[in-house]
Design a protein around this ligand. Structure first.
Ligand code: IPD
Ligand code: CA
Ligand code: CA
Length: 270
């Protein structure tokens, strides 16, 4: 299995997707709502996913593709040796409000969702994050690694709030309040994928969020682990991508247990 060949194709596709997304970003906004008023999809999301899925299908007709907007496509799912998880725009709320923090996220995985290649491209910032299993992580071609900070009080940690937060009491308010006095900075930036990319780059130190889907996370997860960090569920257990609640805890590794302890201190729903 030559992962670098898959990586190179994924990079080209992410760059092309970024151009499409940026093109729509500069035009007047056209959008629909999905589950509720907070959960939207723009013309840019749909057009960008078409570009990515078309390209993957052309290069790898024997692979299966899970796209956020278009569902499953490609080869027979039971037979496919490789799966792609595609989030054409992670951070659609930012995108729709013309904020700059969003990216395309593409991951190649095994059928049981173990990431092999992860690529994020944030076109407004022109930042390309790439990770290959066993081969490390890069940002714009330069190797990256997680920060060395070991004390949560020196850390910036990031989170996100689920789309059902107005109706579901499991809305992350307790966790947010518990972290606030423990950290140097607490942020809600708006793209799960980039939130993990930033840990890999050593800019931030931790991230937690629930109800994430595999297209939000699989590329970012590989970036964090290849850069020396750790990704688990809230209890510190591996493979959050295969657990129904989609609760993720990513960190530079050094502060992982401290973050598990904070989450456990307000544990109610898991
Ligand atoms: C969302 C972003 C956001 C996170 C949400 C995700 P989308 O993805 O990653 O940061 O809080 O849970 O669904 O909808 O912009 O692709
Ligand atoms: Ca997403
Ligand atoms: Ca999306």
């Amino acid at each position: 299995m030559d992962l670098s060949a898959f990586r190179d194709v994924a990079i080209d596709i992410a760059r092309e997707a970024g151009k499409t997304a940026l093109d729509y970003f500069k035009r007047p906004l056209v959008f629909d709502t999905k589950a509720n008023v907070n959960d939207i999809v723009t013309e840019g999301d749909k057009a960008t996913e078409v570009v990515i899925v078309d390209q993957i299908s052309q290069h790898f007709p024997e692979h299966y593709i899970h796209g956020e907007e278009g569902g499953g496509q490609g080869a027979d799912i039971a037979a496919a040796e490789y799966h792609w998880y595609v989030d054409p725009i992670d951070g659609t709320t930012n995108y729709a409000h013309r904020l700059h923090y969003w990216c395309t996220s593409i991951a190649l995985t095994t059928p049981d969702r173990q990431p092999l290649v992860g690529v994020l491209y944030a076109p407004v910032m022109n930042e390309l994050y790439v990770a290959v299993k066993g081969q490390g992580a890069t940002l714009n071609g330069q190797p990256i690694q997680v920060a060395a900070r070991t004390d949560l009080s020196e850390c910036i940690v990031v989170s996100g709030f689920p789309y059902d937060r107005k109706t579901n009491p499991d809305n992350n308010q307790a966790e947010w309040s518990a972290f606030a006095p423990q950290v140097r900075g607490l942020r809600r930036l708006g793209s799960a994928a980039l939130d993990m990319g930033h840990i890999a780059a050593g800019r931030t130190d931790g991230y937690w969020e629930r109800s994430l889907n595999p297209w939000d996370t699989l590329a970012g997860m590989l970036l964090v682990t290849e850069a020396g960090g750790n990704v688990t569920d809230y209890a510190g257990e591996p493979d959050p991508q295969n657990k129904p609640q989609g609760r993720y805890l990513a960190s530079n590794g050094h502060v992982h247990q401290q973050m598990v302890d904070v989450l456990t201190s307000v544990r109610k729903y898991w």
